[in-house]
Design a protein around this ligand. Structure first.
Ligand SMILES: [Ca+2]
Ligand SMILES: [Ca+2]
Ligand SMILES: [Ca+2]
Ligand SMILES: [Ca+2]
Length: 399
């Protein structure tokens, strides 16, 4: 009571207001449990995040700057809400203070090959002020952005023998994919093998000989192959976006092998015994022509002719009387006059003709021989003569 007798209403009024407020709060709590005072809280984010730390928001690596990653919102705020990134593994993201929209700040920091996730501590503050915070993990999804890489060089040079067998290793490549998901790499021969001589083994990185080289074949006599190799990643289908490819070159040089002897062809005249008959005392001209061939590649298949021996039937040497063309095989009479080509002394001449190929290495030469007989024909070279020893001829006749 106030000293002037008037009740002190001014002193009681705040107390009544406080009591009424407390009653309202109590009624609200009774009638609407759990929704008491509206207070600042996180609302559902967009896209909805999973429960941390099991999983969170997943985005592609290298996502471009300004791309929206996540929008965060609150409920129960008093006044305006200010959003912020309280802390972060990197400065890859930024947030709109009033919008709560998190966008990419620096795409270079979203490299899956360097980092797999980024944790953001997000904060919202209203004007009451009340503060809420939460942690969101941004998982980076690997993107197939790196083509396969050759380990040291993408240009190979290999030398193999003509006689290399099917299955021989030509070149083992080491080609890898350095994308984070490390996909399998498969290589193929895209060009340079028109005859199908090479193939990749099942490991997809080792080239082997698929078919014999056969440079001696008239239809396939190449000694060099330049194989274009294309290596694809994502062979195991990790990425839905297809494959990236890198190209290499494998140059294969074939060293020829002299693996074929010469073989005799058709002589002129045709081989027989004798092959021909010549007049004794023949002074010049062609006697016969030898023929041979060799299927080897290059000089391995070049044939030259020579005489192994030329003898009379008595065994006497007759080589001075004849010559043979090294490449033509033409056997001719030389101008030599001795020994005499005399039918009265010899019945025939026996030639042992030698054909030889011409590989670079002399020791690799292959030879064949053929014996050819040429008969001598007697020539009527002597005029009949009287025997002077008799001196007297008696002739008688009748009348
Ligand atoms: Ca990648
Ligand atoms: Ca890749
Ligand atoms: Ca040969
Ligand atoms: Ca050969």
């Amino acid at each position: 009571m106030a000293p002037n007798g008037v009740s002190d209403r001014s002193a009681r009024l705040p107390r009544l207001i406080m009591i009424r407020i407390l009653l309202l709060v109590a009624m609200q709590a009774t009638l609407f449990p759990g929704t008491a005072f509206a207070q600042l809280a996180w609302d559902t984010f967009s896209p909805a995040q999973q429960t941390y730390p099991t999983a969170t928001v997943t985005i592609d690596e290298n996502m471009a700057a300004t791309t929206t990653v996540l929008t965060i919102t609150t409920t129960g705020a008093t006044g305006t809400v200010t959003y912020s990134i309280a802390s972060s593994t990197t400065a890859a993201f930024t947030i709109g203070a009033s919008t709560g929209v998190i966008t990419v700040n620096d795409a270079s920091l979203l490299d899956r090959e360097a980092i797999s996730f980024i944790d953001l501590v997000l904060q919202a503050v209203d004007t009451s002020p009340a503060t809420v915070s939460t942690t969101v993990r941004i998982d980076l999804k690997d993107v197939n952005e790196i083509a396969p890489t050759f380990s040291s060089t993408s240009t190979y040079s290999v030398t193999i023998s003509e006689s290399a067998t099917v299955g021989t290793t030509i070149q083992a490549l080491t080609v890898t994919d350095t994308d984070s998901a490390a996909t399998n790499v498969a290589c193929t021969i895209s060009s340079g093998d028109p005859d199908g001589k090479f193939q990749f083994r099942s490991d997809n990185q080792t080239i082997e000989l698929k078919a014999a080289i056969e440079p001696d074949s008239p239809t396939n006599n190449s000694l060099t192959y330049t194989l274009t190799i294309v290596c694809y990643d994502n062979f195991n289908g990790v990425y839905s976006g297809g494959s990236l490819a890198s190209t290499g070159t494998v140059s294969v040089s074939v060293t020829p092998v002299n693996d074929n002897s010469p073989t005799w062809g058709t002589f002129t005249p045709a081989l027989a015994t004798p092959i021909t008959t010549i007049d004794e005392n023949l002074a010049s001209g062609t006697i016969f022509t030898a023929a041979a061939s060799d299927v080897d590649y290059g000089t391995d298949g070049v044939v030259t002719f020579s005489f192994s021996t030329v003898k009379f039937n008595t065994g006497a040497d007759a080589s001075a009387l004849f010559t043979i063309g090294s490449s033509s095989g033409v056997v001719s009479r030389t101008a030599a006059t001795t020994p005499a080509l005399d039918r009265e002394t010899y019945s025939h001449v026996e030639f042992v003709v030698l054909a030889m190929d011409s590989p670079t290495v002399t020791a690799d030469r292959l030879t064949i021989t053929q014996t050819v007989q040429v008969n001598l024909k007697d020539v009527n070279e002597f005029t009949p003569v009287f025997d002077p020893s008799t001196g007297l001829y008696n002739v008688s006749f009748s009348e």
